[in-house]
Ligand binder design. Sequence first.
Ligand SMILES: Nc1ncnc2c1ncn2[C@@H]1O[C@H](COP(=O)(O)OP(=O)(O)OP(=O)(O)O)[C@@H](O)[C@H]1O
Ligand SMILES: [Mg+2]
Length: 240
Amino acid sequence: MKKEIIRIENVSKIYRTGDIITYGLRRIDMTIYKGDFIAIMGPSGSGKTTLLNIIGLLDRPSSGSVFIDGINVVTFSDRQLAWIRNIKLGFVFQHFNLINRLTVLENIEMPLIARGIPRSRRVELVKDALLKVGGELSWLPKKPLQLSGGQQQRVAIARAIVGSPEIILADEPTGNLDRASAKTIINTFSELNKYGHTIIMVTHDPEMANCTQKIFMIRDGVIVDLKNPEIDKCILRTVI
Ligand SMILES: Nc1ncnc2c1ncn2[C@@H]1O[C@H](COP(=O)(O)OP(=O)(O)OP(=O)(O)O)[C@@H](O)[C@H]1O
Ligand SMILES: [Mg+2]
């Protein structure tokens, strides 16, 4: 029996800007099981980031419920949600959200500090994570803005995986990467998935989505289709 890890039920998200109301999500239901590797696809503005932010407890729905390990967390305080995020989740943001006054090392080690891991172990784990995503150790003392967009993206992915979180949420993790680097990332995610990590990835790239187990198609804030990946078209099998 697969263990349910996240369930969202009847979730809507409404944005109000002055008099204008925009629907980010409309009555979405979705269940994610431990060990799932999921892709979320859909046109720009369809609600992918909104959905990921709600699944990742970074944003609250306007209505509906979010269950983590069977517990409805919508009434939890920001502090309680931050605690769950720290112990369970790793997040790759669409716009990286790296802290520019900190070095690459300091950015990647942040989730480890939150967990009280000692410095020498942190440095080891940071190096491992950075190498796993195709990064270079020479980046460690640099500031994020001294790196290219694709390099910053890899730093953001390293930060998300460094603490081996149970669930990894990634918003367009390969958006700025060339084929070879994208392949390294999808390889790393597949590897983590093999060891039981749950991965939820937003992507525009069908070749990336085809490397997952399940594809949710979203349009205008609604899940319109659930597709099986065409594994023979997965980027891992294509020759670069
Ligand atoms: N903070 C906000 N305030 C107002 N409207 C918002 C806000 N965030 C998102 N929206 C609106 O909600 C809808 C869904 O946005 P979302 O960012 O989830 O789309 P997306 O699928 O991630 O798009 P993209 O592929 O371009 O990243 C869009 O119509 C967007 O304009
Ligand atoms: Mg988005």
